[in-house]
Ligand binder design. Sequence first.
Ligand code: ADP
Ligand code: ASP
Ligand code: MG
Length: 423
Amino acid sequence: MGLVVQKYGGSSVADAEGIKRVAKRIVDAKKNGHQVVVVVSAMGDTTDELTDLAEQVSPIPAGRELDMLLTSGERISMALLAMAIKSLGHEAQSFTGSQAGVITDSVHNKARIIDVTPGRIRTALDEGNIAIVAGFQGVSQDKKDITTLGRGGSDTTAVALAAALDAEVCEIYTDVDGVFTADPRVVPKAQKIDWISIEDMLELAASGSKVLLHRCVEYARRYNIPIHVRSSFSGLRGTWVSNEPQGDQQVEHAIISGVAHDVSEAKITVVGVPDKPGEAAAIFRSIANAEINIDMVVQNVSAASTGLTDISFTLPKTEGRKAIDALERAKGTIGFDSLRYDDQIGKISLVGAGMKTNPGVTAGFFEALSDAGVNIELISTSEIRISVVTRADDVNEAVRAVHTAFGLDTETDEAVVYGGTGR
Ligand code: ADP
Ligand code: ASP
Ligand code: MG
């Protein structure tokens, strides 16, 4: 039996009962003969609560201090989990990200892992311990400051450790039975997927299916780590995410893998931009210099009479203030009239490798939205994805309409959501 990495999300360890339940599962894996490394998230909505608290003392908290604060959430759960395992008669030791050798760059609040040196974890395992690692955090290589990997980052910690320790699988335990054809909180008729390709999972994750973080799937692809997403509340087999299906993993030859939605983005429109070479470059350079990632971009046709155009783009709401400030500062050199900020938008994406070879998917998507009375504001596509931006209020209905239109609704059991607040 090999080494397994198990990651438990916040909803799985929301209270003392949850921690004890998870401890039993971990001990069972150890009893089955595995070496077990556990990555744990902060309890319940702790990270959100700590973020709210920080904003009450400072409107824009300093990145270094925010990271120091947020990492405390995972330290609470790792210590409690190690205690719970010990009280079941098994040896466990907890480690911060820094102790576990998670080395990152120094971009606070969204650091990238650049190396993993899990010497202490190996030693702990060799001495017969279950190793518990605080997710979502690391230490910066140059300044040795504590960093966080961005919201949902424990998924990335888990896959990065699985790669560094050459684990046979990375199990992601959460509050639903696996990856579904849509978020079960929005579409009760969503179906659990038995196996999904890394390629499709990457697009779903990038489009907002927060059941797995995009960076974690990228990592799994690079190091060829199979992921098993499953519930910590049920004994059911979940969803396998890998390059190729293994054994009895069933492959649905569906054209569409799923529908994702995302209400975490905002839209900025730069109004009255002179329609000449270099303008878009200057706008996006000032955004990039502020270390902000953007998503969709559209440029309107310029009005011939004025020679001015509008450029809109979407970005995480959490970066909205920073982006507006960066553009305002560059206004003199770029030259535009004004900025519009809209955080009441949502994005709906249809994902599936089958759309490459099946005509009519785009038409069917737009028809479903139109039948549901949903207005489209922006469109973007990749080879295996179509995304639209709509009003945030329309998102849930739009997701259900598209899910039904593409024949994804289950005829049998409705999806179960075991815990969590969906925050
Ligand atoms: P954890 O606390 O375990 O990290 P998250 O809240 O980050 O859990 O992710 C699990 C949630 O992801 C589910 O409760 C569900 O609402 C949401 N979700 C979004 N899209 C999907 C999908 N396609 N399949 C399953 N869950 C999804
Ligand atoms: N606790 C962090 C968050 O809520 C990291 C994680 O749960 O993955 O974003
Ligand atoms: Mg998560």
